[in-house]
Design a protein around this ligand. Structure first.
Ligand code: FAD
Length: 494
């Protein structure tokens, strides 16, 4: 069996490295085609914790990876000015307290907070938030009884160094790399026979993975998959990106600050800070958006801002015939929750699960892949929309539009359950767990009307004591962690 991966960005090299690790050489020959002349999108530096399991599956050593990609650790994302100007909350990679008598901790917190008296904020009951606010980091504990086991972490890394890292890995595992520009896709009846390069070479294959980025060279250019546009729910369609020098301590979290027609990211790496301003061209002009980024970057600019345009949505089919789209070729959701690389990882996992036997694709597997991936995109979309719609901001036309737009029905139902009794409905599929939804609901000021009846029935003094104990445990555990910078230095020395 011959597998051809078109594209050598993060998606292409994550796919090729996985195939190199698992199938190259014995089950399939794997070739990756990329064009240095075209280059990659060059952004995508913040991740979610699942990336650790991707690296682990490949057998990548964490310390080596951190050194070579100039990575930092990430305990969550700080959102500034989202619910209202002046607000700040962190969406942590971890829990708020722990379930008590089978009921979520936040219900007990709510009961305590409503009873009056001095109750610590909910944020103080989440170890990753307390550690992040203090710029501290340590690995989670393996002991499930310890408060140190209640969080996870991700990385912030240099995307081009990560792709280069995976390239070395894949090439060492018999993945063949071809430099060249694809100029034609030879396809008939939803089957790709070969791609043609500008120098006349014809590369044939049994399975094609389209990692060509926004172009969707194979899935759209060759197979006309069609695109479902979600810009009516997520109107941002452009970003200015620019690196700058580091200023201040290295924060173990990404920051997303709401702006007049979008938001700005700040991603601290060991050697520089990644910055970007994501905005909607319907509500601001491109030059104003650029000026706003330049005015709000800490540190010295290390390059001119670079403009990226995008369409929020997804391909109507991400797998057609013998072609699977992975990465930006499959769809795009703005990077507010750093989800794109995770969606790549999910698609690779699903492809492996449904890997064709003897090179023959089963149509039922294609249907399942398309169902599962579309659902993942929808779940992420709803979570992103929540950040926008749960706001009291009305200071610009952008925010007024967001507050009054019609929401996806799936989100309306979910928000309704929280507003009513603080219930965070748990999806069977979908990457964000209840603690993530809770962080955003609470952080953006959605207050449940009632406390869960079984919690409300217990004495408020007990709830207050439990909350105080959890907050104290988080405070002590965070104080015992080294600073994020010390932890990185220790890793580098090791
Ligand atoms: P690309 O990087 O565009 O790679 C495409 C590849 O295809 C390149 O190698 C190119 O040379 C090749 N190619 C294209 N055409 C041809 C051709 N004709 N012949 C041969 N080769 C060809 N994701 C996150 O998870 N976290 C983030 O913080 C984040 N931030 C983002 C910010 C912005 C503004 C944007 C736009 C995206 C962000 N993303 C983020 C998404 C992330 O950048 C991508 O998911 C990731 O980089 C994967 O991109 P890709 O490999 O699909 O595409």
């Amino acid at each position: 069996m011959r597998i051809v991966v078109v594209g050598g960005g993060t998606a292409g090299w994550m796919t090729a490295a996985t195939l190199g690790c698992i199938v190259a050489g014995h089950l399939a020959d794997v070739t990756l085609i990329e064009s240095e002349e075209i280059g990659t999108v060059g952004v995508g530096e913040a991740t979610v914790p699942h990336i650790r399991f991707f690296n682990k599956r490949l057998g990548i050593d964490e310390a080596d990876f951190i050194r070579r990609t100039h990575a930092t650790f990430k305990l969550g994302i700080e959102f500034r000015d989202w619910g209202r100007i002046g607000d700040s909350y962190i969406h942590p990679f971890g829990d708020f307290g722990h379930d008590i008598d089978g009921l979520p901790f936040h219900q007990h917190w709510l009961h305590a907070a409503r009873s009056g008296g001095d109750v610590p904020p909910l944020e103080d009951c989440s170890l990753p938030i307390v550690a992040a606010r203090a710029n501290r980091f340590a690995l989670p504990s393996d002991d499930p009884r310890a408060i140190g086991s209640t969080f996870s972490y991700a990385y912030q890394f240099d995307a081009s160094l990560y792709a280069a890292y995976l390239r070395r890995y894949a090439e060492a595992r018999r993945v063949e790399r071809l430099e060249g520009r694809v100029v034609r896709v030879e396809a008939e009846a939803e089957h790709i026979a070969a791609v043609h390069l500008s120098d006349g070479r014809r590369i044939d294959g049994d399975l094609f993975i389209d990692c060509s980025g926004f172009r969707g060279l194979l899935i759209e250019g060759g197979l006309a998959a069609g695109y479902e546009d979600w810009s009516h729910w997520l109107p941002c369609d452009a970003a200015w990106a620019m690196p700058s020098t580091n200023v201040g301590p290295l924060t173990p979290y990404t920051r997303a600050t709401a702006r007049e027609a979008g938001w700005q990211w700040r991603i601290p790496l060991q050697h520089r800070t990644g910055n970007g301003h994501v905005f909607s061209t319907r509500f601001t002009d491109i030059e104003r958006a650029r000026a706003l980024l330049l005015a709000n970057v800490e540190g010295e600019a290390l390059a001119e801002p670079r403009l990226l345009r995008f369409h929020t949505g997804l391909r109507r089919r991400q797998w057609i015939g013998n072609c699977v789209a992975i990465g930006l070729s499959a769809g795009f959701l703005e990077p507010l929750e750093s989800t794109s690389i995770h969606l790549i990882q999910l698609a690779i996992g699903k492809l492996l699960e449904l890997f064709p036997t003897d090179g023959i694709v089963d149509p039922a597997d294609v249907t399942e892949f398309n169902r599962a991936m579309a659902l993942e995109y929808e779940r992420v979309r709803d979570f992103l929309v929540l950040h926008y719609c749960a706001t009291t901001r009305d200071d610009t036309a952008f925010w007024r539009h967001i507050r009054t737009m019609q929401l996806p029905p799936s989100l309306v139902d979910k928000m309704g359950e929280f507003r009513d009794r603080g219930i965070v409905a748990h999806y069977r599929e979908g990457m964000f767990l209840p603690a993530s939804w809770l962080a955003v609901y609470h952080g953006q000021g959605i207050v449940p009307e009632r406390v869960h009846p079984l919690v409300a029935d217990a004495p408020a003094a007990t709830a207050r004591a439990r909350v105080a104990a959890v907050a104290a445990a988080c405070r002590h555990a965070a104080a015992a962690m080294p600073s994020h910078e010390d932890y990185l230095a220790h890793l580098a020395a090791a």
